[in-house]
Design a binder for this molecule. Structure first.
Ligand code: AMP
Length: 192
């Protein structure tokens, strides 16, 4: 099984391009953020606990998202691998993912990083707020905190995966989704 990590700051386009990558390479797209939003919508205990953290732009506990990932690894069949979107998000999660995969005789295949500058994060997320209505897209303060969380907790993964020779980056700053998607797919083609 292949394990690709779709990486990048909030608003870079991970969710926008994941479907096309997953389809092309027969991967199951797993977005921890989307799974958490499903839990919130279903009113589950887990969803209730996660909501306050998500709405504040903070990370939920590692054990929560790692449980979701292991559950997917255990249950999903009929694909050539996984496209992890929004996971791992800190160094502990990255180390835990390595351990989870090692237990299964597997390893991270590659990290595909979609990059945009911080200024663009605001405009992208403000645009998405009008379409998707996510609570954590609604206020500038929460968006700022998510950017801060990204820089402090998630960005160190760039060095972690670069050292492992697994980090690949593509700029997603073109004005149209199609242009960015072509660049993203070209990058994945070059490493697949
Ligand atoms: P996303 O849809 O990836 O932007 O995620 C939305 C929110 O869900 C994040 O701001 C976090 O609060 C939470 N979340 C998603 N993935 C993770 C993760 N791997 N670790 C901790 N929190 C996460």
């Amino acid at each position: 099984m292949k394990t690709y990590i779709l990486f990048g700051p909030p608003g870079a386009g991970k969710g926008t391009h994941a479907g096309a990558i997953a389809e092309k390479y027969n991967l199951r797209h797993i977005s921890t953020g989307a799974l958490l939003r499903e839990e919130i919508a279903a009113g589950s205990e887990l969803g209730k606990q996660a909501k306050a953290l998500i709405d504040a732009g903070e990370l939920v506990p590692d054990a929560v998202v790692e449980g979701m990932i292991e559950n997917a690894f255990d249950t999903v069949k009929g694909v050539d691998g996984f496209l992890l979107d929004g996971f791992p998000r800190n160094l502990q999660q990255a180390a835990d993912l390595d351990a989870i995969l090692a237990k299964r005789g597997e390893a991270v295949t590659a990290v595909v990083a979609l990059m945009i500058p911080d200024e663009m994060i605001y405009t992208r997320i403000q645009g998405r707020a009008l379409i998707e209505g996510r609570a954590d897209d609604a206020s500038d303060e929460v968006i700022s905190n998510r950017i801060k969380t990204y820089h402090t907790q998630t960005e160190p993964l760039i060095e972690y995966y670069s050292k492992a020779g697994k980090y690949h980056e593509v700029e997603c700053t073109r004005p149209t989704i199609e242009e960015n998607r072509a660049n993203v797919l070209a990058l994945v083609d070059s490493i697949a």
